[in-house]
Design a protein. Structure first.
Lengths: 717, 521
């Protein structure tokens, strides 16, 4: 089950004609898909579109009512290939993923799909993870749209516009036999807003109809000579059809009046920031009424040359607002205008930064300089531009810079991966540092303090594959880490299969926490929970043995640091040939707590015998060395100042968010740190036996404690 | 303004509504910033306003620093929709809410808190970052730097420990922040509207409202800024006399033999060493201090406020209360310890409490707790030593309050009676004497250096490997200091050595400092 439940919100997906929808962008997109009459939906989770997948999973009943099939795809490649259902049949389909990483994975299928073309509308919802808050390399999906010739929709951040473009996008896809991408940026996915709904549409032609009367057409398959024909179709038919559709349906928008000598062309997604920047410059009111003309490209690719020419006509200079690099749109517009020898000067990256977020501050600065050069009278109405430079230059603030510590993300309280890395740290102390290939997932936090483990990360599921080169005899073996999510995404074949086949000598550690945790706790093949719509409980050990791995060790309780260390040491030193595979399994604590907490409080309230636990530190025993923290980094394990003048250093301390995972005690034992940690078990609603045992032992203990207290010298006045 | 300006007919609806009200919420992932953001949006919408929130969850949701942003505007008479921004612009934010004090500092560094317009609502509690926690010694960031910056950067401020108020009232910090927002008056909405939003949420409503009210009251009535907790708690005066005769004897000795400047520290030290062993040990402590004080006097310590004596009172007490098996066992069986745990966890008669200790005694600890002769006899017999090691050196889960283990711990704790005979005691006293000899010797030529050498004792701490590492750091620092003792600036170098040794768990930094010193020596 996913981290966040949308059970309540999905009810909004039933809203009908004329109702007002209020909610997050990602939910609005889902509603848009249902209104457009999709037959099937798939995709792979990942910020910022994880919630789209979660919403769809929670909306299964509604989807079934509408006859819509929803799948959690094995990977983005699977999702893209799923769109092939729209090649021969008039079926509308949608898939979603995080981009550009997901598009990288999907690009083989996408290229084939785009070559043969589609009959039913095919749409990819692209979560464009660019700029602040992104977790991936900074690239643009635009390049994929251009190279495979798919249309790239980039709507203004407004629910109405986004939902409308989904509907129009399907029509565009069908009119031009081309798959369409709809890109939404991180903030738009999580943006709240509203729009007027339409009724959901049941698909007229269903998947069942397709299966019952299958069709094929050799011309749609990418094989010469059809492949050459596809290229000609793209040039001669699909592109012109798309351009006509986009122009006729006014997918791009024109705002403002041509009063001056300049204009602005912007990507749809940048529109809100642009308006705020123009407000700062005194060129717009809060409702987007501007005196400078704006051409909003809700379609990022292709460029509609006739619209551009029309917009630029009579203007001396036009500024292109295009976030990220390379500046594809600026190039395309420059080319279009120069081909018709239009006199308008096109400027973009000359005034705005090549890379990074186009914030309102960045834009107002760039636009201000552009106008100063080409149309300075426009700046006459300028109110004071907000700025923070004077205050940031204050010496007091300057001093603060050196004080505020960075706060990188880390493993959650009680995370089952923490003891794995603690064990690796301990092995490192004994056997020296090893080359470690990391992967994508929560476990990647190991590269940060306090663990500082992991040299490279090459992509999801590619942790094992990225150790491939190190298959040589050396004093030390390579270690590759991979999560269960990455393992099922592709790691089984790309990493483990590859290692088995090539007789790789390294150690392969698979972190199995029962979920795809980093993306929000979605189920995977090896999840232990029962899921009535999915097949779970397929073990990773069976899978790796199935493809020929021989040296396989399963650890069922990662918190056993001593065992974890022993197995790692064995793997690094054994004489056995071939890959040494360790599957370390314990449930993701975030998900476990969500599952268990209500059960426990219910049991306590219901009078059932229940044991709750927490860890603690004996302040007098702790010497303030913090070695335990260097092997943990748990949010609930911190330090505190005792206010004892005899002591110089703060001591370790555990707060009430501790979930008693056991890591502190295990590490203290395995690393022989100190006896400060204790686990406190509280028996709620104790049974007769609990009470009897306690009534027999506690009097003795109290007697001895009192005696000890009495014998001690008293310093009471 | 220039004459050639174009007057654009971009009329604001009204001056106050020309731009939206903007609210930025800075938090750590998992702190409930999303809930608070949802409340603020619902609040504005319930009043007929147009509101929009955005966030960038991503990986930051796993305990990293993150930001949520809300803009809101009153409805337009003509029914036009405002275009709202998706991220805060430095210098253009009306309200910044920070759920932790260093995050408040970070928001100032982002430039979103500016003296022209920003109301800063922040909790003064700290949740330490990993870099603050993992460093050996004390690396906790200075909250005063944030306080200073708030004073300069914010137009208005509401700052107090909102986490404490939330915990007191059984809720989470979002409710306290929401209450403070209501009290700030930064949004033109009635208090009732806030309640309605909380009630609509449906979960933990009562506790949320209690917290909201408590925070509201604190924010409206309390001082704008939380009074600084006094850096040093007022020193309790030394008692005139004590009821127990032996303790009283020790106290009177302390009062008559040591200067008042060292009284407080020496009294704390005295209690610590007596607690560790017995009153005779307390006499021993005072003997040592008296002798060190005499050296202090001959080195002209009076002019220095008896700093050497005072520091000796601190570090000699720590040196005398080393961490051996008996001490740990004794601390674990104390009445006060159980009471402390019961109180922390809210254990009452209705519950049964058990604790499990994670003990891993090694042969080294065991053998050093034996009388010197026996210990040396065993150490000399390698095979026997190894045989015993196999039986002793393993992790033990000790159920403290089971009869069996409690008696065992109690027995080990009571073995302190033979402590003075043990190998560990011999080793500790030898090491201590050497250290104090060095301190006394250096004190005569360089007062500050003598004091620094006393402070080196801070390096010896922990158990097993940590303890061994501490000893080796101490040795390195001591050796290097002796080598440069003749230099006039030796005390500064000693201070530097100590600082880098404290900070450095792997000793790279310390070795670097030593190399630097070698080049000048």
């Amino acid at each position: 089950m996913a981290e966040r439940s949308f059970a309540k919100e999905v009810e909004d997906l039933r809203l009908g004609e004329g109702d007002i929808f209020r909610g997050e962008g990602i939910l609005a997109i889902t509603k848009g898909l249902l209104q457009a009459g999709v037959s099937y939906v798939g995709g792979y989770q990942g910020s910022p579109i994880s919630h789209l997948m979660d919403v769809l999973a929670d909306a299964n009943d509604i989807l079934e009512e509408l006859g819509v099939t929803f799948q959690s795809s094995a990977s983005e490649a699977t999702a893209a290939a799923m769109l092939s259902a729209s090649v021969m049949y008039p079926l509308r389909g949608a898939v979603a993923w995080k981009s550009t990483v997901g598009t990288n994975v999907a690009s083989d299928a996408l290229a084939n799909l785009a070559s043969g073309g589609v009959t039913g509308g095919a749409m990819v919802i692209i979560g464009e993870d660019y700029g602040e808050g992104s977790s991936i390399m900074q690239e643009r999906t635009h390049a994929f749209a251009m190279k495979s010739q798919m249309w790239l929709l980039d709507p203004r951040p407004e629910h109405e516009c986004i939902v409308n473009l989904i509907e129009k996008g399907y029509e565009l896809s069908e009119a031009s036999n081309t798959p369409v991408m709809l890109a939404v940026r991180v903030r738009s996915c999580h943006m709240t807003g509203s729009f007027v709904c339409k009724d959901n549409k049941r698909p007229e032609f269903t998947l069942k109809d397709a299966l019952n009367s299958p069709k094929r057409d050799l011309d749609r398959i990418v094989l010469p000579p059809a492949a050459y024909e596809h290229e000609q179709e793209k040039i001669k038919h699909r592109m012109p059809a798309a351009i006509n559709f986009i122009r006729d349906n006014k997918l791009n928008e024109f705002f403002g009046e041509k009063t001056g000598k300049t204009g602005i062309i912007t990507q749809g997604g940048m529109y809100n920031s642009l308006i705020r920047a123009l407000q700062f410059l005194g060129l717009s009111d809060a409702y987007g009424n501007t005196k400078i003309p704006i051409y909003v490209m809700n379609v990022g690719y292709p460029t509609i040359n006739s619209e551009v020419e029309e917009f630029c006509d009579g203007l001396d200079a036009v500024l292109i607002v295009e976030e990220g690099q390379p500046e594809y749109i600026e190039q395309s517009i420059s080319t279009a205008l120069s081909r018709v020898s239009a006199p308008t000067k096109i400027r973009g990256k000359a005034y705005l930064p090549m890379g990074g977020d186009y914030t309102a501050a960045v834009l107002s600065d760039g636009i201000g300089r552009f106008l100063r050069d080409f149309d300075p009278v426009q700046l006459g109405n300028r109110p004071p531009v907000p700025e923070s430079q004077p205050i940031l230059a204050d010496p007091v603030i300057q001093k603060l810079k050196g004080v505020v510590p960075s706060r990188p993300p880390g493993l959650c309280t009680g995370c089952p991966e923490r003891p794995i890395f603690a064990a690796m740290k301990l092995v490192e102390e004994e056997l020296g540092q090893h080359h470690v290939s990391a992967d994508i997932g929560c476990h990647l936090f190991s590269i940060l303090p306090p663990f500082n483990i992991g040299a490279t990360t090459m992509g999801y599921g590619l942790g094992a594959a990225s150790a491939a080169a190190f298959n040589v005899k050396a004093d030390k073996r390579s270690i590759a880490i991979m999560g269960d999510g990455g393992f099922w995404h592709n790691g089984l074949t790309s990493g483990i299969g590859n290692a088995v086949f090539n007789k790789h000598d390294g150690v392969f550690l698979i972190v199995d926490n029962y979920y795809s945790s980093a993306t929000g706790g979605q189920d995977v093949l090896s999840s232990r929970a029962f899921n009535k719509r999915r097949n779970t409980n397929n073990t990773i050990v069976d899978a790796v043995k199935g493809i020929g791995a021989k040296w396989v060790r399963q650890i069922d309780h990662t918190y056993d640091v001593t065992q974890m260390r022993a197995v790692l040491k064995e793997a690094l030193t054994t004489e056995a040939e071939g890959p040494k595979i360790i599957v370390a399994s314990s449930e993701c604590m975030l998900n476990k707590q969500r599952r268990v907490k209500p059960q426990i409080s219910k049991a306590i309230k219901g009078g059932k015998r229940t044991v709750t636990a927490r860890f603690g530190v004996d302040e007098d025993v702790c010497t303030g060395d913090h070695a335990c923290i260097r092997l943990s980094g748990c949010p609930s394990l911190s330090v505190k100042d005792l206010g004892d003048p005899l002591r110089d250093d703060p001591v370790a301390s555990i707060d009430n968010t501790c979930v008693a995972c056991g890591n502190c005690g295990e590490v203290a034992d395995a690393a022989v740190l100190c006896p400060s940690f204790y686990q406190a078990d509280i028996v709620h609603n104790p049974s007769f036996w609990d009470k009897l045992k306690s009534s027999l032992t506690m009097p003795v203990i109290r007697f001895l404690q009192n005696r000890q207290h009495r014998l001690a010298a008293s310093f009471e006045a | 303004m220039k004459d050639d300006t174009v007057k654009l007919n971009l009329q604001a609806v009204a001056p106050a509504t020309e731009r939206p009200i903007s609210v930025a919420i800075v938090a750590m992932g998992g702190q409930g910033g999303g809930v608070l953001t949802g409340w603020i949006v619902s609040l504005a919408e319930s009043q007929g306003w147009v509101a929009q929130s955005t966030s960038v969850p991503g990986v930051a949701q796993r305990t990293g620093a993150t930001i949520y942003y809300v803009e809101m505007m009153p409805p337009d008479e003509a029914g036009r929709q405002p275009i709202l921004a998706q991220m805060p612009t430095p210098g253009d934010v009306d309200v910044v809410m920070a759920s932790e004090y260093m995050e408040a500092g970070r928001s100032i560094l982002r430039g979103i808190v500016t003296p022209e317009r920003t109301t800063l609502i922040a909790s003064s509690h700290r949740s330490l970052a990993i870099s603050e926690k993992m460093a050996p010694g004390d690396s906790i960031a200075d909250s005063a730097a944030v306080t200073d910056a708030v004073g300069v950067a914010a137009l208005r401020e509401i700052i107090f420990d909102m986490n404490a108020i939330a915990v007191e009232n059984g809720s989470v910090i979002s409710a306290a922040l929401f209450g403070s927002l209501a009290a700030s008056g930064a949004l033109p909405f009635e208090r009732e509207a806030y309640y309605a939003v909380i009630r609509e949420g449906g979960k933990g409503v009562e506790a949320s409202i209690r917290t909201f009210d408590a925070a509201h009251a604190r924010a409206s009535s309390g001082p704008a800024r939380q009074e600084e907790p006094a850096a040093v708690p007022a020193k309790p005066p030394l008692p005139e006399r004590l009821a127990a005769p032996r303790a009283n004897h020790l106290l009177q000795r302390l009062r008559s033999e040591l200067p008042p400047e060292a009284h407080e520290m020496a009294f704390l030290g005295l209690k610590k060493v007596v607690d560790f062993q017995d009153t005779d040990y307390g006499e021993e402590y005072l003997d040592l201090l008296a002798r060190l004080h005499a050296h202090d006097r001959s080195a002209g310590g009076e002019a220095k406020g008896w700093l050497f004596t005072e520091q000796a009172a601190k570090y000699v007490a720590n040196a005398m209360t080393y961490d051996d098996l008996m001490r740990v066992a004794s601390l674990k069986t104390r009445l006060k310890r159980r009471q402390r745990i019961e109180q922390e966890l809210g254990v009452s008669d209705k519950h049964v409490l058990q604790t499990t200790e994670f003990m891993h005694p090694r042969m080294e600890e065991f053998v050093s707790a034996l009388p010197v002769g026996l210990a040396r006899w065993i150490i000399a017999r390698k095979a026997l030593y190894r045989w015993l090691d196999r039986r002793i050196n393993k992790g033990r889960r000790v159920k403290t309050y089971s009869l069996h283990w409690f008696l065992m711990l109690y027995f080990v704790g009571s073995m302190k009676r033979i402590r003075r005979l043990t190998l560990r005691h011999l080793e500790e006293t030898t090491h201590r004497d050497e250290w104090l000899e060095n301190a006394k010797m250096l004190l005569q030529t360089n007062y500050e250096l003598g004091v620094e050498v006393l402070r080196f004792r801070r390096l010896i701490k922990g158990y097993s490997d940590t303890h061994v590492r501490g000893l080796s750091k101490f040795d390195k620092v001591m050796r290097t200091t002796l080598r440069i003792a003749e230099r006039e600036d030796a005390a500064q170098w000693a201070r530097l050595l100590l600082a880098s040794a404290v900070k450095d768990h792997a000793q790279d930094g310390l070795d670097g400092t030593i190399k630097t010193i070698e080049t000048i020596a």
